[in-house]
Design a protein around this ligand. Structure first.
Ligand code: IPE
Ligand code: IPE
Ligand code: MG
Length: 250
């Protein structure tokens, strides 16, 4: 029995997070530890993401949202940025077919206007190809920042002439308006910060931080994160005594 199926069998379906958000951190350090160039960590990180998709699909997760490139990552050395762009493009060209065959739906969130035209084109094609699939929705956050997301949503509402807005108005204009808010947030690589990821949407996510570097985040580590999630009591402001009947979103 693989670890993936053990994740499925040990955890009742009701305890599987519907939406998992991940900061895939630690690629550079993983490579450095092996005396490899940092970019080899990114290459390996892509394989680990494929595996994460497989495990999440099998476990019944509906949405997996991963931070691949932040608005701040443009500050990295030009050769690393260029490698990451190349990897993104080749993944869009080569991996998407397999994802489509596996029934995954791909979405990309972020300010895509700064990407090269062939990447923008690749994103559109991948989204279009997979849009009617019923399996896991994999969302790649690329040139994404939580503050940018909130600002673009607010500006969209201003453009509509709104002078007073509600939480619902804003939520509808954020990236990923149709996904439930993340239930479980995972950050690998040992840092305990959010680094401008989905700031609004993560208000009630359960946070899981691990020292394991992203390229080492295997089935066993995924299982550990999911098990930790099942041990949390999600109160959404209520008391323990009001649970479990009220154990649902506010
Ligand atoms: C995360 O790994 C991937 C991206 C930010 C693109 P890092 O490249 O940040 O790896 P570390 O944190 O330097 O080890
Ligand atoms: C966060 O990782 C963004 C991604 C994983 C894409 P970073 O490695 O860029 O975050 P900081 O700089 O350590 O906060
Ligand atoms: Mg990092």
């Amino acid at each position: 029995m693989t670890r993936a199926s053990s994740t499925q069998s040990i955890l009742p379906r009701t305890q599987i997070p519907r939406h998992v958000a991940v900061i895939m951190d630690g690629n550079g350090r993983w490579a450095k530890k092996r005396f490899l160039p940092r970019v080899m960590g990114h290459k390996r990180g892509l394989d680990v993401l494929e595996n994460m998709c497989r495990v999440c699909s099998q476990a019944g997760v509906e949405y997996l949202t991963v931070f691949a490139f932040s608005t701040e990552n443009w500050r990295r050395p030009a050769d690393e940025v260029s490698f990451l762009m190349g990897l993104f493009l080749s993944a869009l060209q080569k991996k998407v077919i397999k994802m489509h065959e596996n029934g995954l739906r791909l979405k990309v969130i972020g300010n895509r206007s700064r990407f090269a035209p062939e990447i923008q084109q690749g994103i559109l094609q991948a989204e279009e190809l997979t849009q009617n699939n019923q399996g896991l929705t994999l969302t790649i956050a690329a040139d994404y920042g939580g503050r940018w997301d909130i600002l673009q949503a607010a500006n969209a509402l201003i453009a509509e002439g709104k002078t007073h807005i509600s939480e619902d108005d804003l939520t509808q204009k954020l990236m990923l308006p149709d996904a439930p808010e993340p239930d479980l947030f995972i950050r690998t690589g040992g840092e305990t910060r959010i680094s401008n990821f989905m700031l609004w949407q993560m208000a009630y996510a359960e946070l899981y931080f691990t020292d394991v570097l992203w390229p080492d985040f295997n089935d066993e580590e995924i299982h550990r994160a999911f098990t930790s999630f099942t041990q949390r009591e999600r109160r959404f402001g209520r008391t323990s005594e009001q649970l479990p009947i009220e154990q649902q979103r506010p």
